[in-house]
Ligand binder design. Sequence first.
Ligand code: ADP
Ligand code: ZN
Ligand code: ZN
Length: 685
Amino acid sequence: MPGFSPTLNMSEQAPPEQIVRVALDLPLRRLFDYRPPDDEPLSAGDIGYRVCVPFGQRQKIGIIVALGSDSDLPPGQLKPLTAVLRDVPPLPRSWFRLATFCAAYYHAPLGQVMLSTLPAGLRSVAPARPRPHRALAERAPAQAPPSLTADQQLALRVMAANAPGFHAYLLHGVTGSGKTEVYLRLIGRILEAGLQSLLLVPEINLTPQLEERVAARFPGAGLVSLHSGLGEAARSRNWRAALRGEARIVLGTRLAVFAPLPELGLIVVDEEHDASYKQQDGIRYSARDLAVFRARDNGLPIVLGSATPSLESWANAAAEDGRGRYQLLSLPQRAVEGARLPTVRTIDTRLDKPRDGLSATLLMAIEQRLAHGEQSLVFLNRRGYAPVMTCVACGWTSHCHRCAANLVLHLADHCLRCHHCGYQTRVSRQCPTCGNQDLSAFGRGTQRIEAVLGERFPQARILRVDRDSASNRRHWNALLASIRNGEADILVGTQMLAKGHDFPRLTLVGAVAPDAALFAADWRAPERLFAQLMQVAGRAGRAEWPGEVLLQTQFPDHPLYQALLRHDYRSFAAMLLREREQARFPPYAYQAMLRAEAPRMAEALSFLAAARACPALDRNPQVSSYDPVPMRLSRRASLERAQLLVESVSRPALQVFLDQWVSELEAQPVPSRLHWHLEVDPVEL
Ligand code: ADP
Ligand code: ZN
Ligand code: ZN
């Protein structure tokens, strides 16, 4: 940008006309030039303020990115800004660098990155009425920390011994090993140093418990949360508090990685392996990866914590020669005195054939827990009653007319529902094609397991926990409370229940149908299955009662289950990494996915074929491409979907290519109803 610098050009002569360069929320890879308001020259200190600018017939909110004296536009065409909004301090330079990196790395327009990460109230032209934020901490009493275990002490000592500056730590600790306690101690140190902490968690569902815990530890410290479950006003308020430096601890989900924190001193990413750190639409960023950039760019420590780290992070930490880019810290045991990891066993379903999905061994184990007044959790990662309805007479199946997917039977509210587009219709008594009245439900979801258990144990109090029963925060908190108060004997749940919750009376976990993911087409499926089963197993036996985990499987000898029996993440990760290295899959290669959606598959595929023929691919021999193919869910909401994978063993080479490719793609004419997007480091293939 010739003529543009963050500082003003102070010359002896009459100052040249001032130009303000503004980022706007538009799908265009450029910034927009304006003049300062007529009576108000701007100075370098104004960079980072939001502005209101005329755009076409409307007013838009933008952010001042630079001031300068040169513009591509002739001076006569420059319009003045309508107003500089100084209701909050200017966004700090570190925030600009993060947004700029995000835009460059994910090949997204800078203005979109910048504006889309602001709370809606700060993006809209209507003036918001700011109210002071309410720090949660002020309500809570202080809580004395427990004395540390030897492993926790060691981890903290290692971190304290490092010189200040960027350090990435991978805190690998089994479930219940006290990772959160380590985060709290670190945050304590950072508070004492007068700096802000950013604590990222994967899901809103995890925040209430953690929020209480952090608030209880640091009363009056200025804790705020940032996640999509907050109302718009609360989100704006908390975001402002972060920017003003009033919030000293920010607890949030992936979008909070963009929270402006002028005095940031520490980043923690809890459950760093979790897929919800990846934004799945719009700007498809990984909050974990951006957090690592942010820590390095700001010269601060970052802690990535997990019982089952992502293979990407593990490969960064586990280098045997100690030259890993992350420093590995381990908490191999549960923190509470006497609490042990649960015993994990497989149930061979070839011998103990499940009836209605449940083997005799599992039923017996549940019965024992009932007799002792303990809780059981039956885990099945599929909600609804049955994944599909069929007609035995003519072979009709319940199929979504908008997607390449089945309609799932939800008996609880008598409907067939598409889990991809949300379409739903009432269950009819007869087959829509042949009129046969004998429709059958095929396969099993949580509602069906709930029903089967209800018949088998009529005296038991059964609670189903999935996205249908815990559809909002209020429902979810009510469910959690009744579980903790011992108002349920058997829980039937999806992975919603697997994460981070502490249920002291829970001593049995049964995984009903884990095999499905073993041979899935997505080569990341085993990594995810292992993490999920580790997490859900971690719910059992947290306190003085030992826990047991039963896995119903046809493949009890599979290395994944064998590693689970031994709680052996390390050897399983090592095995997967060897496979990935041989196959040249990530983390040993870097990938990007170009996806197209169109009313007809042929259009989507021919767009991708043209993309593959772009000169950028020829010019970058280090990058290879695969054939364009329909996506696994090849049709969603009446649009056909296809994808094209490109990869390279060199991340910089891939980035250079993507830059050229995106400009070539944007110059290509596309059919009016075709949409495409690029995803860097895709996780769902
Ligand atoms: P993680 O985050 O690894 O799952 P937590 O930090 O939630 O583990 O700790 C699990 C349980 O152990 C919690 O009930 C916590 O209060 C307890 N705990 C953590 N550290 C200690 C310690 N040093 N001494 C005693 N109990 C501890
Ligand atoms: Zn029929
Ligand atoms: Zn659908």
